[in-house]
Design a protein around this ligand. Structure first.
Ligand SMILES: O=C(O)CC1=NCN=C1
Ligand SMILES: [Zn+2]
Length: 412
């Protein structure tokens, strides 16, 4: 006897499980099963496909003609942080560039001060509020970065808070050390980078990836290569904030370093985009950040996909350059500004996002045996979610076969 059967599913969205991230034309392939049902037992998918079978289950759920997909995967967040930077909005309005605010000691350094001053519990409570919103928006796999400590004690505190989130919520997480996120005001960048490299032995016990902000006025290509090489020698896979604002060649460095992902890529070179296709490195695009920074040039998703590359999407949720924990909104910006198709977008927030955090065959699909992490959406079809933006379309969120969120209706 199974635990649950979900019936009356208007259409079931089934991204393809693949040992490699979906690339190029594959990204536009998406199986949609109309008139479907899902059978769950012991927290795992037993069946997800056309209805009409005679499955037995303790509990029958009626999807009410709604659509169902795997729970979303969020491959790039700065969810653990103290404070907020709404005061910087006026600087942005006056046209002060992001890197100028950082140079003046604001930006990331402002959040560093708030994070250093926050207790473990304060950071956990604040991140828990964001985690709750992400889950309510259909996300059950999340990557979480450090990078607001710039010292051993606070970087480790952030990573421990990240681990505590995974204990507290029914989600799967990956944890990233982003010690080289900015250079402390009173430090030489090479000296500081060596300090962060010296932490890698300790970090590799608690983090899955090592990440660096390779950007003008932050860390150079040479410094990024030194750090990524050191991290890989310690057995950590690497990520990189690359070519976000200036075209330093961060994407090429990511590919040279066999990075699991290269993130931002707004200023990525044509050569880098061409090389992407011959690797399994996932381009994690963050169009919400481009929108939030008031820029008009978005990452060239079309160019990367059409050249055969693998693309995924994330919020980049952080207090300074993209203050949203709503991945559905990013799906809409990807449709409007990255010119991605609905099928590409759904693959970019499920199976390819899973590959971007080393979970490519573990999350983002509903194959037999997969964890029963799925969302029942209040939407008529899969194209509707990127189309109708700014609202939460998740009706029910099911984690490991348990309904953990149901959007309340009005009590009139
Ligand atoms: O500004 C922040 O807090 C987050 C960020 N890191 C690199 N780009 C944006
Ligand atoms: Zn980021």
């Amino acid at each position: 006897m199974n635990d649950i059967i979900i019936k009356n599913i208007k259409s079931l969205i089934l991204p393809k499980k693949s040992v490699h991230p979906l690339k190029g034309k594959e990204m536009d392939e998406l199986t949609i099963i109309d008139d479907a049902e899902v059978v769950i037992n012991a927290g795992r998918i037993i069946y997800a496909g056309p209805s009409g079978h005679d499955f037995q289950a303790e509990k029958e759920m009626d999807a009410g003609g709604r659509i169902v997909s795997p729970a979303l995967v969020e491959p790039h967040t700065h969810i653990v942080h103290g404070g907020s930077r709404e005061h910087e909005m006026s600087l942005k309005r006056q046209g002060v560039p992001y890197l100028e605010i950082l140079k003046q000691g604001g930006g990331i350094l402002n959040t560093v001060e708030a994070t250093r001053n926050a207790s473990f519990d304060e950071l956990l409570n604040k991140a828990s509020a964001s985690m709750t919103r992400m889950i309510q928006h259909g996300v059950l796999t999340i990557e979480s970065k450090s990078g607001y400590g710039l010292d051993r004690e606070t970087e480790m505190k952030q990573l421990q808070v990240s681990r505590a989130l995974e204990e507290k919520f029914p989600v799967m997480m990956k944890h990233t050390f982003l010690g080289p996120h900015a250079v402390p005001r009173d430090k030489d960048s090479d000296v500081f980078l060596d300090e962060m490299i010296s932490l890698l032995d300790e970090v590799k016990e608690i983090a899955d990836f090592a990440d660096i902000f390779c950007e003008t006025g932050v860390f150079t290509i040479e410094q990024s290569r030194k750090y990524m090489t050191a991290a890989r020698e310690k057995g950590l896979r690497v990520k990189i904030h690359a070519d976000e604002i200036d075209p330093l060649g961060g994407l090429e460095l990511a590919l040279e370093q066999d990075a699991v992902s290269a993130d931002h890529l707004v200023a990525a070179s044509e050569e880098g985009k061409r090389q992407l296709a011959s690797t399994d490195t996932v381009a994690v695009l963050l169009p919400g950040t481009t929108f939030y920074l008031g820029k008009n040039e978005f990452a060239d998703a079309r160019g990367m996909i059409d050249a055969g590359g693998a693309v995924s999407l994330a919020t980049d949720y952080n207090p300074g350059s993209c203050v949203t924990d709503n991945l559905q909104m990013i799906m809409a910006v990807a449709a409007l500004k990255l010119k991605m198709t609905p099928n590409e977008i759904w693959n970019a927030v499920t199976v390819n996002a899973a590959h971007a955090v080393g979970l490519g065959t573990v999350r983002g699909t509903l194959d037999e045996g997969d964890t029963a992490d799925l969302v029942i959406w209040d939407a008529p079809n899969h194209e509707y979610i990127p189309y109708h933006y700014g609202v939460n379309h998740a009706y029910q969120v099911i984690a490991g076969g348990k309904v953990i969120f149901e959007r309340p209706g009005l009590s009139l």
